[in-house]
Ligand binder design. Structure first.
Ligand SMILES: *Cc1c(COP(=O)(O)O)cnc(C)c1O
Length: 383
């Protein structure tokens, strides 16, 4: 609901709070930690703890839950991507760890399919690694990968996005693992949002990848947290790169600026435990109901087409696609998005890059807000 307390802490500062109908996006704050996580984080305040031990003990709990050999806590999935590149390039050589991001003398090339370039692949470069494309805009063959692997290649990276229909023109992760391991290079996977169905949580490492990341913002942990899952070997090497290693070992790795609270680590553990124990049918039913509430005021509005999003894979199930006909309404989809940002209360929505419809998610909405959003859209369109 939008009560007088809603967003008061922001308004006091002269900043304008918004209703988030976009979903889990970093520009709006990504997530609201759930109650179980907040309680666990509060309990973590009661003592200090050597973080290197906490990482190990808590990592074991998460690794067991995910069914993978080892896990490490990072300041977001983006940090996990950066740390793993450093780990693969420098290994456990302390001189190399302290030399990065200068990669002289190290294997420093990471292969990525041309068709799989994506927004967060920049995180793979920050420790000094170079991205090398293979395949073409049309597709990738096994031979493309074999030809691309050279003396400087350290890994092949894959972007897992099972919410979308599988791209038939890319080289599959199975093939990449087979070829890469045959040639002695690592395989890394960005699986930031691949947390549902539950068997997908950690699946890529179980398939044989050496590493995958998960964004904990997607499961009720603080927005600033993430997970690296992987082999014992690679997770150990990641630990050498982290801020914890920097301070505990007095070896200055590139991970120092990407630090976390002990409370955040505890929060991620609580979020993972919760994720593996909640009733996901209830979670999905709630998202579906809220999506219906959002769409209800938009049915029968002339010039407005709605379609219910039926996806349940990943972190934000259901939602609504909305499209307005400029001929009938005098407005484009982007006009509606812009007008909603000026609405009272301000409502953030978006037409995703490369998309042609307003894509709404209930991930960031509280009870009562879907109806507010639906009514506001109707108001803006018909005004
Ligand atoms: C959100 C996201 C990231 C970045 O994760 P952070 O936890 O925000 O650093 C990386 N890759 C994908 C696919 C994401 O969705």
């Amino acid at each position: 609901m939008v009560t007088s307390e809603w967003g008061a802490i922001y308004k006091e500062l002269g900043a304008t709070p918004v209703i988030n109908a976009t979903g889990s996006v970093t520009l709006l704050g990504g997530s609201t930690p759930v109650q179980e996580v907040k309680e666990a984080m509060d309990a973590a305040d009661s003592a200090y703890i050597p973080l290197i031990h906490l990482q190990e003990a808590a990592g074991k709990v998460v690794a067991d839950a995910a069914g993978v050999p080892a896990a490490y806590f990072t300041s977001g999935a983006g940090s996990a991507l950066t740390l793993v590149t450093a780990a693969m390039m420098a290994g456990d050589d302390d001189d190399r760890i302290q030399q990065l991001p200068d990669t002289t003398g190290m294997k420093d090339e990471i292969l990525i399919q041309k068709r799989q370039r994506y927004w967060y692949d920049r995180c793979l470069q920050l420790a000094g690694a170079k991205l090398v494309e293979y395949g073409t805009d049309e597709g990738t063959t096994e031979q493309d990968l074999i030809d691309a692997i050279g003396p400087q290649t350290v890994a092949a990276h894959f972007y897992a996005h099972e919410q979308d229909p599988a791209d038939p023109n890319i080289l599959s992760l199975e093939k990449i693992i087979e070829i890469a391991h045959d040639k002695g290079i690592y395989v890394t996977v960005d699986a930031a949002g691949q947390i549902f169905p539950l068997e997908n949580f950690g699946k890529y490492v179980r398939m044989g990848a050496d590493f995958q990341c998960i964004a904990a913002k997607y499961m009720g942990a603080p927005h600033s947290t993430g997970l690296a899952l992987g082999t014992e070997e690679l997770i150990h090497k990641i630990s050498l790169q982290s801020f914890t290693g920097y301070e505990t070992r007095r070896i200055r790795g590139v991970g120092r600026p990407q630090k976390m609270d002990r409370q955040e680590i505890i929060g991620v553990v609580a979020a993972v435990k919760r994720w593996f124990s909640i009733n996901h049918e209830d979670r999905l039913a709630q998202a579906e109901r809220m999506s219906g509430e959002l769409a209800a005021p938009l049915r029968d509005v002339p010039g407005v087409t709605i379609e219910m999003n039926q996806n349940i894979i990943g972190h934000q199930p259901f939602g609504v696609f909305v499209s307005v006909d400029p001929e009938v309404t005098g407005k484009s989809n982007q006009d509606v998005v812009d007008a909603l940002r000026e609405y009272e209360p301000a409502i953030w929505t978006r037409v995703p890059d490369g998309g042609d419809r307003i894509t709404l998610h209930v991930f960031g909405l509280d009870e009562g807000q879907p109806e507010i959003v639906g009514n506001a859209i109707r108001d803006v369109v018909t005004r």
